[in-house]
Structures are given as C-alpha cells and as structure tokens.
Design a protein around this ligand. Structure first.
Ligand SMILES: *Cc1c(COP(=O)(O)O)cnc(C)c1O
Length: 386
C-alpha cells in the first residue's frame, strides 16, 4: 500500500468562496473597497468589537497595534518565546526590545508569573499568544496589566472563532490581531484583522495601514473620492484587497461549521491518545472554548526509544504531514546573538518545543484521514516503546 500523502494543513475553500472572488475580479474594483468595509463590519459584529480594521497580514496587524499604542525605541514588550517570528519582529520594527518569557508546560500559554517578573519601568505592553486556539487565561493577565499600566495586544493568529469564559476573542485585551494566512482557521490566502474598543487607536491604525494618508485614501480613484489627500505620518502599505475580503466574508459565515469539524477531529484524537503513557496532551479548559487551530502531542522521552525528529520522519514515510509549533524565538540566531539568550534561559518552552509534534487538524479532513493519522501515530509509538 502506498497511501497518498496527507498534508499538514489545507485551506477549506468551496464554490461559495470561488464565486465571491470571481464576482470581485469581474467588478473592475479588485483592491481595498466596499467588500473590505463589509468584511470589517461583519467581523466587528461577529466578535462584538466596536472597531475592526482589515489588513494584509497578522504581522501587519501586530505592527500597527504596537505603533498605535506608542511603542518606541526605549520601550520593552513582553512576548512568549514559544511563538512565530511575527510576534517579536514587530517589536523590533519599532526599535523596541522584545522581552522573551516562558510559557506554561500544561497549555503553552504565556506564564503570568513570568510576565510579572519581566516588567520594568520601560515595559509598554504584553503580547499574549493564544497558542493552538485556546485563549490564554486572560483575567490574571488583564489584572496584572492594569496594575502595571501595560497595554495588552493579543496575538490571536490561532484563535478564531473562540470565546473565553463566555466573552468573544477580540473584546478581551486592548487590541486583538487575527491572521487569515492560508493555514489559519479562517483564510483569505493572506490577510489579517485588528479589533479594538478605542476610537483613536482604530483611526490611527486605519490611517497607518495606508501610507499615513488622512481620510479614506482608498476612495481617491472612485466616483465618491477626490484626488486630494494629506500625509500625516510615514505610514505603511498594509491594506486588504477586496479579492481577499470577498473570500473572508464567505469564510466568516462558515467559521462555526469549520470549527465544529475541527473539534470533532480533536475529540477523536483525544480518545485515541488520551490514555497513552508515551504521550502528553495539552490541557483544555473547555473543548467548546477552543478554536482547535493546532493539535499538539508531546512525547514522553522516558517511554520511547525514538527521538521526536525521527517520529516526524516515520510519520512522513507513512504519508502523514506534521509540523512543530514552535522553535522558541530565543534559540534562533538573531535573538540569541542580539540579546544573548541561552537555550536554558527559558527551559519550559525549550522542553515543550523538543517534545512537540503538531498533527493535521483541518475541516477538510475525512474521517478516514483522521483514522490514518491515529493509526500511524500509534503504529510508530508501538514500534518504539521502551
Ligand atoms: C501565523 C502567525 C502569525 C502571523 O500571521 P500572518 O498573517 O502570516 O502575518 C503571527 N503569530 C502567530 C502565533 C502565528 O501563528
């Protein structure tokens, strides 16, 4: 038997997305316009936030968020080390210093105690990452941020749609940043969204997302617009296209159905792997309050005679694509050499990284494919148990 390779991630695109994109392509207006504004309104309504600003990536969203709250060269921003490049590089864009901190072993969420120990007079913000799609335990983080006068900018790249103690993501911290990258739980190929309650920040982020041009710059080529504009700051080119927004509007309507499918897959994985002495699973507060972007298994070293990297290769040879989330930022050459981090400085994240494998979990997977992942993982483990 030579089963087809099962990719780690695939976007869930239907006829509806294709139709919506085609309509925009035929309309003559393909970049930022009415579709983008509609998507912002629909997204804001969905999460219950007063403002949503559409951009072309979560990286752009995070950059604009930190710029809006006024992060500058002498500032520090607290970031978990177990995250993607984007979460910390945006701090460097503004000349500020990312202070990398450890996560909790149980759920890979930023450690509140570590945040508290990292706060200095220069700390401007903390940037929690909702790892795998489960919202960090936000109440203690928000309380600490209030006590220390820090802004909370959430990296919600994994976390849509999802709630925390009944409150929707996008309404918890000061500013929330979402990703619509190809592998994420809602995709526009590339894209992002920023939500906030604050009128002034929303206005600043909107202006800075399109060259720092004062008012509705995107309208300048439309019948309602005018050629005149004023540049009030050296902004960026971060606007979302109507092609992407059209896709996003359809994906938004399908978000709950896609999440329900991922939750089913997670439940099947839980049943298959839950009692296995060679595996640890991440702790889940409430399976209903999880976006299920990632499903991570952690190998128990003492129970196995095989390394994490070799398990990944064995799964690959059985036609199963996997990934690892994440290589901690502090062991990457840039952060190591620029700030002098040693691997053991953040030992929990290092250990989580070394033992983790992310399994495929996406709405397009069939039951047979889920079973293939389960059988392959159990087969590899069984062959290499101590
Ligand atoms: C994907 C991801 C990002 C970046 O999203 P883009 O839309 O690709 O810029 C940021 N943070 C985390 C944790 C991510 O997984």
């Amino acid at each position: 038997m030579n089963p087809q390779f099962l990719p780690f991630a695939l976007p869930d695109i239907t006829e509806a997305e294709r139709g919506a994109v085609d309509e925009v392509l035929r309309s003559g207006w393909i970049t930022t316009g009415t579709r983008t504004r509609e998507f912002e309104t629909a997204f804001a309504t969905r999460v219950g936030a007063p403002h949503a600003v559409a951009v072309n990536s979560c990286t752009a969203a995070l950059h604009l968020a930190l710029e809006a709250i006024g992060v500058g060269p002498s500032d520090e921003v607290i970031v978990p080390t177990l995250t993607f490049a984007a979460s910390a590089e945006v701090v460097r864009y503004l000349g500020a210093r990312p202070i990398l901190v450890d996560v909790r072993a149980a759920d890979h969420a930023i450690d509140v105690g570590a945040i508290e120990r990292a706060v200095t007079p220069r700390t401007r913000a903390v940037l929690p990452v909702h790892f795998a799609g489960q919202i960090c335990d936000m109440d203690p983080i928000l309380q600490l941020a209030e006590a220390k006068k820090l802004c909370v900018v959430e990296d919600a790249a994994h976390a849509f749609p999802v709630t925390y103690r009944g409150r929707s993501v996008g309404t918890l911290g000061d500013i929330t940043c979402f990703s619509f990258y190809a592998t994420k739980t809602l995709t526009t190929a590339e894209g992002g969204m920023i939500t906030t309650e604050r009128d002034d920040w929303a206005e600043r982020m909107r202006i800075m997302s399109l060259h720092g041009i004062s008012k509705d710059a995107w309208k300048r080529y439309s019948s309602e617009g005018s050629w005149f504009y004023e540049i009030i700051a050296p902004g960026f080119k971060y606007n979302m296209t109507d092609v992407a927004a059209a896709m996003g509007l359809v994906q938004l309507q399908r978000a709950d159905e896609m999440r329900a499918r991922r939750r089913d897959i997670a439940r099947r994985y839980d049943e298959a792997f839950g009692g296995d002495a060679a595996l640890e699973l991440l702790s889940v507060r409430d399976a209903h309050e999880h976006a299920w972007h990632l499903y991570v298994i952690k190998l128990v070293r003492e129970a196995l005679t095989i390394s994490r990297n070799d398990v990944i290769l064995e799964l690959k040879s059985r036609g199963i694509g996997t990934s690892v989330h994440f290589i901690p930022l502090h062991i990457h050459p840039y952060y190591r050499d620029t700030f002098g981090y040693r691997p053991d400085d953040l030992p929990v994240s290092l250990d989580c990284f070394e033992r983790s494998i992310s399994l495929p979990i996406y709405s397009k997977m069939s039951d047979a494919e889920v079973d293939r992942v389960i059988d392959s993982v159990l087969d590899v483990l069984t062959t290499h148990r101590r």
